[in-house]
Design a protein around this ligand. Structure first.
Ligand code: GLC
Length: 423
């Protein structure tokens, strides 16, 4: 009797499992990303009891995440249905994704920033639905600026350098030997490409490869920018900054041990969390400018793309569009300070109350500098690797900035065959 009951229950469970569509979403886990994605999955499942949404955690460093994805594409694996993809990837990865215009994206596409839709459009196909956008910002300690008599955040890198030094010296003398002036992303990876593009661009040194496909990195302003950045290592930034990613920088800043930090918007909400020692003691501003340049913020951000190898592309697309919808982006903005790609959310009073700089720094987001991923597709990853490897060698003192930019230029020439020139 008991055996029969167990068999009957097993049969019911099997039938339920068969009726259930499973959609696996590969997402990031930087800051609050994983929790927010799981919460979104739970909301989707509450509305769609016949669908199970699994959230798969992927590596923090975008380079490692890309390597994982490429392995899955190579195997034409159906294990992941929806991929969170970086703003730099649509051109390189388009062949592995469905056209979301075939799955209902046409009705919602015009809610998003046109430039981001454009970036996700490859040969007329929408390969990703924008999920959140990103731009580099300067985080600064308002309490410490006031303590040392500074009226506001630095407008130039040289101001940042001297303010950081003053605050660092004062805080150390005041009993905190672990205090540093400035932290950023100095590891040899895509994050360094983002930071270094800001330095170079803000010095007027161009954007590595121009949109027209000219390799411009070998120029005196880029050299000056990299020399300036290298001078920070071991002086206002810890030597270990050359192995920092976003979270290493945030951990130091959020522990109260840095005056300035370059990071993406996600660090704002975490820094103001109730358990944060710097809550209410910091603000954000545009990054500083170089001597004859103007501030530059690298454009980042993530989209949701549906795999061509998915067994349930329609269900997967529905999940992706739900995650990227107005309501979901609003939750992520309010709870995690992730920048919406839905334009109307920049006028939403709950969003602006939670993250005031989404309004006050709106221009920074709109004018962010793109990495040369479109001009160099499908070779962007190799171009970026050449750039960050060269920059890293300058930061660690292994190469001069002048030699490094010449080598970066030669490496990019090998990869792309593009002409060289000045920005
Ligand atoms: C952020 C950006 C992304 C960039 C990455 C680099 O996640 O959104 O575009 O590639 O940082 O670390």
């Amino acid at each position: 009797m008991r055996k029969i009951l167990i068999l009957a229950l097993a049969a019911v469970a099997l039938a339920a499992a068969q009726a259930q569509t499973v959609v696996t979403v590969a997402t990031g886990a930087v800051g609050q990303e994983l929790e927010l994605s799981r919460a979104a999955a739970a909301r989707y499942m509450a509305l769609h009891p016949d669908v199970t949404v699994n959230v798969l955690e992927t590596p923090d460093l975008t380079d490692n995440r890309q390597a994982l994805y490429l392995q899955m594409f190579e195997a034409q694996s159906s294990d992941v249905d929806v991929f969170q993809i970086d703003v730099i990837w649509p051109g390189d990865m388009a062949e592995h994704f469905v056209d979301l215009y075939d799955y209902g994206a046409r009705e919602v596409a015009d809610q998003h920033f046109p430039a981001i839709i454009e970036n996700n459009t490859v040969d007329g196909h929408l390969v990703g639905i924008p999920w959140f956008t990103d731009a580099g910002l300067l985080y600064y300690r308002t309490d410490l600026l006031a303590k040392y008599g500074f009226a506001g955040p630095p407008a130039t890198w040289s101001e940042l350098t001297s303010m950081a030094k003053t605050i660092q010296d004062g805080e150390r003398a005041g009993g905190n030997p672990d205090f540093w002036g400035f932290v950023f992303q100095g590891n040899s990876y895509e994050g360094l490409t983002c930071d270094a593009l800001e330095w170079v661009s803000s010095f007027g040194g161009g954007s590595i490869v121009s949109p027209a496909g000219v390799i411009t990195i070998n120029n005196p302003k880029a050299v000056a920018a990299l020399e300036t950045a290298a001078s920070w290592v071991g002086t206002i930034a810890p030597n270990g900054v050359t192995s920092f990613d976003e979270e290493s920088a945030r951990n130091m800043f959020q522990a109260g041990n840095a005056a300035f930090m370059r990071n993406w918007p996600y660090a704002y909400s975490l820094g103001n969390a109730s358990d944060s020692v710097i809550a209410g003691k910091f603000d954000v501003s545009p990054l500083p400018a170089g001597p004859d340049g103007s501030p530059a913020a690298t454009l980042g951000g993530w989209q949701l793309a549906v795999s061509k190898y998915s067994k349930n592309p329609a269900a997967a697309a529905d999940v992706a569009l739900f995650f990227a919808s107005y309501d979901e982006q609003k939750i992520r903005a309010v709870e995690g300070s992730y920048n919406p790609t839905v334009m109307a959310l920049y006028q939403d009073k709950d969003v602006l109350a939670a993250v005031p700089f989404f309004g006050s720094l709106y221009d920074v987001f709109i004018n962010a500098v793109a990495r040369p991923s479109t001009a160099t597709a499908p070779d962007y990853a190799a171009v970026s690797r050449a750039f960050y490897t060269g920059v890293h060698s300058v930061m660690t003192g292994q190469a001069t900035a002048a030699d490094a930019v010449a080598e970066i230029e030669a490496d990019i020439e090998d990869v792309t065959g593009f002409p060289t020139g000045q920005p």
